[in-house]
Design a protein around this ligand. Structure first.
Ligand code: PEP
Ligand code: MN
Length: 267
């Protein structure tokens, strides 16, 4: 079902009227983790003003260490949704476990993110495949493109065809970046699949200085949009501050992206 061979036309995923995979770029932005009402409210307002169409923010965080901040959980979800309502933006947030699906549906999460670490959690994929909510499927950090598309297939085989792919870098021997952004994946996916694909330059690089250049490169390579971490005070962010750009840098980046292609929400 994910294959271009059986479905030649590009799939466009519609999220409250925002078309992902359409003619315009879609930018999803927000903090790695939701921290406080002021933090998420301020960032939402800023990224919306710069032309982000969708608000991102983690409430349930897949952290490498069990002693690191794990996210605010349900309270974080509430803060995210209320900040998004205020700015009239849909939200994308990560689901780590099927037992939270009821909560996500009740609160009205617009796009369910499946993180890199769960890309091959097949029961979770099948569970979101039974929903009528778009899914953002991030590439596993050691997954081939074929494996990634097979994970999309798991979701689609259960009936949910609203899948958006997200390249977020893969593990290589290179240590200068957190991961190695595989930009050729954009073209490979476009050849093999009809699904929209966006790029996350934040987790791909791990360094905020590199985010604008890789965002620009992703769009030049043909991606349908970007997902980017933005924080009002990156030095004190509770998670992934090193790769988070400020709202000012984000605004500058959006101005540059717009010179490459039209962006939903940044007229
Ligand atoms: C995220 O986007 O919040 C995240 C944890 O990313 P990834 O799953 O790509 O590591
Ligand atoms: Mn992060």
């Amino acid at each position: 079902r994910a294959s271009r061979a059986f479905h030649p036309a590009d799939t466009v995923v519609d999220v409250k009227g925002i078309k992902i995979g359409g003619k315009k770029l879609v930018v999803m932005a927000g903090p790695c983790s939701i921290e406080t009402p002021e933090q998420i409210g301020g960032i939402a307002k800023a990224v919306k003003a710069s032309g982000a169409a969708i608000l991102r923010g983690g409430a349930f965080k897949p952290r490498t260490s069990p002693y690191s901040f794990q996210g605010l959980g349900e309270k974080g979800l509430d803060l995210l949704i209320s900040a998004a309502h205020k700015e009239n933006m849909p939200v994308v947030t990560e689901l780590m476990s099927a037992d939270k699906i009821g909560m996500f549906l009740e609160k009205g999460v617009d796009i369910i993110q499946i993180g890199a670490r769960n890309m091959q959690n097949f029961d979770l994929l099948k569970a979101v495949g039974r929903l009528n909510v778009p899914v953002l499927l991030k590439r596993g950090m050691s997954a081939t493109i074929e494996e990634w598309l097979m994970s999309a297939e798991y979701i689609m085989s259960e009936g949910n065809h609203n899948v958006i792919l997200c390249e977020r870098g893969i593990r290589t021997f290179e240590k200068a970046t957190r991961n190695t952004l595989d930009l050729s994946a954009v073209e490979v996916v476009k050849e093999r699949s009809h699904l929209p694909i966006i790029v996350d330059p934040s987790h791909a690089t791990g360094h905020r200085e590199m985010v604008p250049a890789m965002a620009m490169a992703a769009i030049a390579a043909g991606a349908d949009g970007i997902m980017c971490e933005v924080h009002n005070d990156p030095e004190h962010a509770w998670c992934d501050g090193a790769e988070s750009i400020t709202p000012e840098t984000f605004d500058d980046l959006m101005g540059r992206l717009k010179q490459l292609a039209p962006i939903v929400g940044r007229e």
